[in-house]
Design a protein around this ligand. Sequence first.
Ligand code: ATP
Ligand code: ZN
Length: 490
Amino acid sequence: MTRETKGLRLTNTLTRAKEDFFPIDASNVRMYVCGPTVYDFAHIGNARPVIVFDVLYRLLRHLYGADHVTYVRNITDVDDKINARALRDFGDDIAAGKLTLNEAIRRVTEKTADQFHKDVKALGCLPPTFEPRATEFVLARPDGKTDMVSLIQSLIERGHAYEAAGEVLFDTASMPDYGQLSKRPLDEQQAGARVAVDTHKKNPQDFVLWKLSSPEEPGWDSPWGQEAWTAAGWTGKPKGRPGWHIECSAMSAAYLGEVFDIHGGGLDLIFPHHENEIAQSRCAHGTSVMANYWLHNGFLQVEGQKMSKSLGNFFTIHELLETENFGGREWSGEVLRLAMLMTHYREPIDFAVRKLEEAENTLRKWKRAADLAEGSAAVPDEVIAELCDDLSTYSAFQVLTQLAGEALEGDKAAAASLRGALEFLGFDVSAEVDKAAVDEAIAARLAFIRDKNWGEADRIRDELLARGVQLKDGKDPASGERITTWEVKR
Ligand SMILES: Nc1ncnc2c1ncn2[C@@H]1O[C@H](COP(=O)(O)OP(=O)(O)OP(=O)(O)O)[C@@H](O)[C@H]1O
Ligand SMILES: [Zn+2]
């Protein structure tokens, strides 16, 4: 086997070291990133892994060729939090027999997934190659792709899982190097097992692969738990649903094979989620690794604390882009993207309005400089070199700032390189519209119209048109007041 490096170095959580990246197969570099649980709008903390791994995806495509990288990011659409949300939002309809719980769940997950797609598009992220949904990988599939029930079956057959009280549990004692990723000593794992020490577990750190559903809960035909089902007084065949971790083991194997290159997610996923994914995948397939490189992004924090749904200290991506809830104004997706990437992905970010303002000013300057280009050049090697050093986005941005300086002094080649770099990094160089400035101009124009100063009003309209912004005048149907909307025309 030839081990060819393209200069990419990544910090690997498995070894806690920065390592040269060698793909298993340079003609198909494979990466899996844990995606959102779709019961609520994504907050800007959730946006961080999406943006960070989008940069890595773009870099891998640059190094190995766009057709030689497979990026899988799943959607978790089976979870008890989703069930709870469906009951909260559609409880009356379910009680009235208008919707089944499963239909209500589908409404919740589809609406949330649609919003997530809109959000990440606004953040300048490329869609992953595959975006599988967990519910489609529970039972054996006609196309033979790996599914959760078959994986659990293999784990039982290989002596790594056992059935108890209607559940199937992973037997952590059956894996001598369980805990290899998080490197938590065993006694700490036990103390950290927040779940009340369930008597049916052989060891407190054993985790659920499959659990019984009640007849009302969402569930699939279950190969396990008949006894517990009948004991609960329910008739017929048992129904069950997967635990959280098994879905990623199934979907990664389905698209990337038993061993693949990169697995990513936020720091909070190291334990227990990724540890347990590794245990399941390695023990089911009999392999010594699941993925060779494990990458974890640091937290986006508010006043020193992780932004999280449970703490309630969060702003959704949607809120930031479409409302004035954060800092009293709307922000563009690419300003958020840049603000996020100004900090190295492994470091914490303390999120504040000031960060967004700084990003906005920088982006404005870069774009003004890039506008001087007569075309677009390839992304400069210096930018790639910085990104190859464990995704040093901040250093890459210093190269962009230097190019911008040169471009503003009349260097056309620098302007073209800058434009190429911005395009590569996912910033939209073609449509620079400062929303706040447009709104201000429209308000000024309406004031001129009220004063019947048609000349000034037309001047503003033409000026905006020259910047690619076309105004449309109309009347508000309710109040009859004059309103102006706008769109970008190029
Ligand atoms: N504050 C944060 N900063 C960076 N990444 C985060 C942050 N919060 C969540 N993530 C990452 O976002 C992804 C999706 O997270 P997930 O759907 O598990 O919900 P969550 O937002 O972490 O839940 P909660 O906020 O209640 O802790 C994961 O990769 C996770 O590591
Ligand atoms: Zn996962």
